[in-house]
Design a protein around this ligand. Sequence first.
Ligand SMILES: NC(=O)c1ccc[n+]([C@@H]2O[C@H](COP(=O)([O-])OP(=O)(O)OC[C@H]3O[C@@H](n4cnc5c(N)ncnc54)[C@H](OP(=O)(O)O)[C@@H]3O)[C@@H](O)[C@H]2O)c1
Length: 224
Amino acid sequence: MTTKLWIADFGYDQALRAFETSMGKLGLDYLDLYLLHWPVPKEFEKTLVSYKAAEKLLADGRVRAIGVSNFNPNHLQTLLERTSVVPVVNQIELNPLFSQNALRDVNAQRGIVTESWSPIGGGKNVARVLQNPQIRALATQHGKTPVQVVLRWHLQHGLVAIPRSVNPQHIAENFDIFDFELSSTDMATIDALNLNERVGPDPGTFDLAAFEALVASRGDGRAR
Ligand SMILES: NC(=O)c1ccc[n+]([C@@H]2O[C@H](COP(=O)([O-])OP(=O)(O)OC[C@H]3O[C@@H](n4cnc5c(N)ncnc54)[C@H](OP(=O)(O)O)[C@@H]3O)[C@@H](O)[C@H]2O)c1
C-alpha cells in the first residue's frame, strides 16, 4: 500500500499532519511506502524538510519504506547530500516512448528502484503505444496483447510498472505476463521506440502554479 505527500502539504509539520489525514482516509495503522509526489525546485528547502518528516515516520514505524517521485538527478543529488535515508523508489514517467535511460541509470547507481508511472503511455500516448506496429507484431508473435508486451518490457528491465485500469478484464490481463519472455532482440526493438517525449509535467519546473495550469488545460482534474 503506497500513498504520496502532495506538494501543497510540504513543510515538516504540514507533512506529518497530511500523513495522518491520509492514514485516516485509508483506515490503516501503518503504510508500506510513502512517497514525496514531486520535487518543487523553486522551494527545494521545503521539499527537503518534507522528506525529513517522512524519515521521522519511518523511524517511528508508521511507514515501512520511504521514497520519492519525479526526482531528476540533481534533485536526488541534493536529497542524498542533505538527508539520511536513501529513497527506496523513484517513481517516474516511463514507457516505451519515453524510456528515461539516463535517469534509470542514476537511480540504479544510487540503489534506488525505478517505478514507472503511465507505464502504458498515459493519456494520449496509450493509443500511440498500443497501436505501434512493432509492439503489435511482438504481441502476435508471443500470443499476448500489446499491453502485456509493454508490461513485460518493464518487468524484464527491472522496472516496477503501475498500470491503471478500471476494467476487471484489463486488470487480469495486466497480471498475466509471467508465462512468456521477450528476447534480447525484442527488448532492443522496444528500446528503439524511445522518442524522449514527456506527457506529464516537467519536474525541473514543477510547482503549484504549473500543476493548476495542467489541470485547467486538461479540464478533467486528472493531473496527478
Ligand atoms: N507520480 C506521479 O506523478 C504520477 C503521475 C501520473 C500517474 N501516476 C500513476 O501511474 C498510474 C498509471 O498512470 P496512467 O493512468 O496515467 O497511465 P497508464 O497506466 O499508462 O494508462 C492507463 C490507461 O490504460 C488503459 N489500460 C490499462 N490496461 C489496459 C489493457 N489491458 N488494455 C487496454 N487498455 C488498458 C486504461 O483504460 P481502462 O481503465 O479502460 O483499462 C487507462 O485508460 C496511475 O494509477 C497513477 O497512480 C503517477
